[in-house]
Design a protein around this ligand. Structure first.
Ligand code: ADQ
Length: 476
């Protein structure tokens, strides 16, 4: 078996699991690398006064973790700048929040080149290289320029934007061109993949071949959807752990017979937390008979605190929760519990299990793993109901959820009413279908289908020739 080298912006060593400190991507990578003797390379998350070019390595559970520190200027321009002030908002359809600064672009290019310089000596002939996410789009090209002949794949964990939006990014063509240095380019859903192909065909003048690959900028790559999953069995087992059972028991006691609506998110404008609370406020106003029968637990944890668009989010969230509680609370009941702290994986599993309705209502989300974790943590006999935004990638797989438009307070409030009133038979039926999908399309299936496709690209020995016939150059 070839070695798998996974490269991502941040690296969270597998033994840190359980500390509850990992985001969606890190969760998936550490689960994907388990059982695979691979290398995980990336930024340590630490800054250094001057870039030293030193790598620290450690081994954890069969995985070699290799990290480097970055200079403060790198962190500001590459991470807080181009990645999180430019690409993240743009790819989540928030051009109003997108900042275009030349220095960010320069920092992005510089740090990607640093990644390539540091990674090259770690690469052996047959290694498969799997680059993760929007921070590292140019890395494949930078590695090729340094002579890497390996199969290199790229996976995007966030949505790919409509081409009209992407065209607002200065030097958007260079960004897309860089993707053509990968053998495989993965997305969570067909929708994001199609948006990429649409750009290639209609904006960049490329063409699509009969095997689905796309040819443009003199190169060919294979775009494909690989929906990410969770470690479903592992997550389901967490709720039975001592801590999981304890947190479940604590939640059941504190529910005092009421039904619990649950939101769990990194505090990010893409997650639709404000919109969700407004929908809940509307529900309380429209259906006062539900008061005292229900409450909402919203767990939102800090993220990217150095980026301005995130800085007033806690203040806004607290003000909104305060307003709802001020208007509706009674001496022995409050409608919203607003929690900012991180929870361990086990605690979280117990909380999900105790919830009657999960509100996963992002305005735009590559996939959303919270939806899948909630399903995995339910009890077969008495499962909760998932209310899911149609704009989360997860909605393209999880059809048995109550699918909502998160921009419509009426729609979300209606879905909550429906979820609360749903008969146990229907809840069980929907949950069984959802759980089947969560177990089948788990993180191992995601890894295996991506790595399998990358291996097939390598085994082809050479890139497909430019086509004699363009199979589907679309009009427009
Ligand atoms: P994220 O935007 O981080 O991931 P998501 O997929 O929901 O979003 O994953 C969040 C993870 O953090 C989940 O595993 C969740 O359990 C955990 N988490 C959140 N709040 C927590 C808390 N208070 N305590 C402990 N854990 C908490 C990005 C993309 C997503 C995509 C993933 C994976 O934005 O669309 O699904 O990558 O590809």
């Amino acid at each position: 078996m070839s070695r798998l080298i996974v490269v991502s912006n941040r690296v969270t060593p597998p033994q840190a699991e359980g500390a509850g400190s990992q985001g969606g991507l890190a969760m998936a990578i550490s689960a994907a690398l388990r059982e695979y003797s691979g290398v995980w390379f990336g930024w340590s998350g630490q800054s250094t006064p001057e870039f030293t070019g030193q790598i620290s390595t450690q081994s954890a559970g069969g995985v070699t973790v290799a990290t480097m520190d970055l200079e403060e200027q790198d962190i500001q321009e590459y991470y807080n700048g181009y990645a999180n002030r430019t690409l993240w908002p743009l790819f989540h359809y928030r051009i109003d929040l997108t900042q275009y600064e030349r220095s960010y672009g320069a920092g992005y290019a510089r740090v990607n080149a640093r990644f390539a310089d540091m990674l090259m000596p770690l690469i052996a002939g047959e290694d498969l290289i799997w680059v993760q996410d929007y921070h590292l789009i140019p890395l494949g090209r930078d590695l090729r320029e340094r002579g890497a002949k390996n199969a290199i794949g790229f996976f995007l964990h966030i949505p790919w934007p409509a081409r009209e939006l992407l065209a607002t990014l200065p030097r958007h063509r260079q960004l897309v061109e860089a993707l053509f240095h990968y053998d495989v380019v993965g997305f969570h859903t067909e929708e994001w993949k199609n948006a990429f192909v649409s750009y290639v065909l209609h904006e960049a003048g490329g063409m699509q071949l009969s095997d689905g690959s796309v040819h443009c900028f003199g190169r060919t790559t294979m775009p494909r959807a690989f929906p990410i999953g969770i470690d479903a069995k592992g997550f389901a087992a967490l709720k039975q752990s001592e801590v999981g059972a304890e947190s479940y028991a604590r939640m059941i006691e504190s529910k005092a017979g009421r039904k619990m609506l649950l939101g769990v998110d990194r505090l990010d404008y893409s997650k639709g937390i404000d919109e969700r609370l407004l929908a809940y406020e509307r529900l309380l106003n429209e259906s006062p008979e539900l008061k005292r029968e229900i409450f909402m637990l919203q767990i939102s944890t800090a993220t990217r605190t150095e980026v301005d668009a995130y800085q007033d989010m806690f203040a806004r969230l607290d003000a909104l929760c305060g307003r709802i509680n001020g208007a509706h609370a009674e001496m022995d009941w409050i409608p919203v519990r607003n929690v900012h702290r991180m929870h361990s994986r086990e605690e979280l599993a117990g909380i999900y299990r105790a919830a009657d309705v999960a509100l996963v209502t992002p305005l735009r989300d590559g996939m959303n793993l919270v939806a899948k974790e909630f399903v995995a943590a339910q009890d077969e006999d008495d499962p909760g109901v998932l209310v899911l935004s149609r704009f989360a990638g997860a909605a393209q797989q999880m059809h048995e959820a109550l699918i909502v438009n998160p921009f419509s307070q009426e729609d979300v409030a209606d879905a909550i009413r429906r979820a609360l009133a749903m008969p146990a038979d229907e809840r069980r039926k929907r949950w069984r279908a959802l759980m089947e999908g969560v177990e089948r399309d788990d993180v191992v299936a995601w890894r295996d289908s991506f790595v399998g496709t990358l291996e097939a690209a390598r085994d082809k020995g050479r890139k497909p020739k430019p086509p004699r016939i363009a199979a589907s150059r679309r009009d427009g």
